[in-house]
Write a protein that binds this ligand. Structure first.
Ligand SMILES: C[S@@+](CC[C@H](N)C(=O)[O-])C[C@H]1O[C@@H](n2cnc3c(N)ncnc32)[C@H](O)[C@@H]1O
Length: 334
């Protein structure tokens, strides 16, 4: 995910103190929807971005969730979100996607280094990822990549995110809900942690650059990434067509990478969702209403393939995400 926004410490601690209190949080800083107004002379004047019609608050049975603050029409773009951190799929790293924004490339700007050559779509993406890539390129990730899944690689990459952005971002993921970890998972994570630490030491990183990297930090971050990382699949077709349609699923191409976002991580799951998250051309996410939504209604996305039967959905959500789904469709037994 990119450093486009990060949660301030004050907001983070505010949220930590909110459990049990019906306080609403407004994420006006996440607004990315721009509107235009037309004056009497018929010329279009761009206006300031309007805040997205949402707030984060507590649900009755699924922790925090995202709620509509005003009516949203089917097909409306509710808001967009830039990632906190993203990483291309390892198999695509050195060729077909932009290292920073995951845009598909026919040809790109090559940036060679000792261990790998990556591609960028623009000078802007090179600049945006400079802090990460300057460190990542010094590291021979081959042993770590061989052993770890894509998601775990994302965690390894997070160390760079934290190291590069400094202490201000040290707790930026703390606000996200961690997955419940069973003992076997913790043991695997500890093994990966050792591998990551060795990989970074071999690259000659300074002790103070990785002093934050403790087992506790690693398992905490990975537990959050497990349920909050999105697999990025770009959809083809025109953006306008997609906004107009309220299709529950759009054809997606293979995954180009993984990313973690702040606001989209507060969306709960529903097997009959009213919101869809999609990626058109790059890692920037768009959240779109699938049907008309009334003020106060909770906005929910679907984490899995909703066409599966009740039993398969429940099993996947429990084994993959660690919760028993209590959405109306599951409660009805459908
Ligand atoms: C990505 S987080 C969503 C935000 C989360 N509720 C929070 O407070 O941060 C996923 C977690 O939310 C809860 N959750 C989401 N959808 C749910 C559902 N349909 N039924 C029960 N719990 C759900 C589960 O605890 C799950 O692990």
């Amino acid at each position: 995910m990119s450093p486009t926004f990060s949660l301030s410490r004050s907001l983070s601690s505010l949220l930590k103190n909110l459990h049990g209190h019906p306080t609403f949080l407004f994420f006006s800083s996440f607004s990315t929807i721009t509107t235009t107004t037309t004056d009497n002379s018929n010329s279009e004047i761009p206006s300031r971005p309007s805040p997205p019609p949402i707030q984060v608050s507590f649900t009755e049975s699924a922790g925090r969730g995202v709620f509509a603050t005003r009516r949203v029409g089917a097909g409306d773009l509710i808001h967009t979100a830039k990632p906190l951190i993203s990483h291309p799929s390892i198999s695509l790293l050195s060729s077909t996607v932009c290292y920073f924004c995951l845009r598909k490339l026919n040809s790109g700007i090559q940036v060679p280094s000792q261990y790998q050559t990556v591609h960028f779509c623009s000078d802007e993406c090179i600049q945006e990822s400079k802090a990460f890539y300057e460190i990542e390129k010094r590291v021979d990730w081959s042993a770590y990549n061989e052993h770890c899944s894509e998601i775990v690689k994302l965690c390894g990459f997070l160390h760079l995110f934290k190291g590069c952005l400094g202490a201000a971002s040290a707790d930026s993921l703390d606000i996200l809900q961690p997955a419940r970890l069973i003992r076997q998972m913790i043991l695997e994570m500890e093994e990966e942690f050792g591998l990551l630490k060795n990989t970074l030491m071999k690259a000659g990183l300074e002790e103070e650059q990785i002093e934050f990297l403790t087992k506790q930090w690693y398992t905490g971050v990975l537990a959050r990434i497990r349920i909050n990382a999105f697999r990025i699949e770009l959809v083809g077709g025109s953006y306008e067509d997609l906004l107009l349609s309220a299709a529950a699923s759009v054809e997606a191409e293979a995954a180009v990478g993984n990313a973690v976002y702040m606001l989209p991580s507060f969306y709960n799951h529903d097997c009959d969702p009213n919101v869809h998250i999609l990626w058109i051309e790059n890692v920037n996410a768009r959240l779109k209403a699938l049907r008309d939504i009334e003020p106060g209604e909770e906005l929910r996305i679907c984490y899995i393939d909703a066409s599966m039967d009740h039993c398969a959905r429940q099993t996947l959500l429990f084994e993959g995400f660690g919760f028993h789904c209590n959405c109306p469709r599951c409660v009805s037994g459908d």
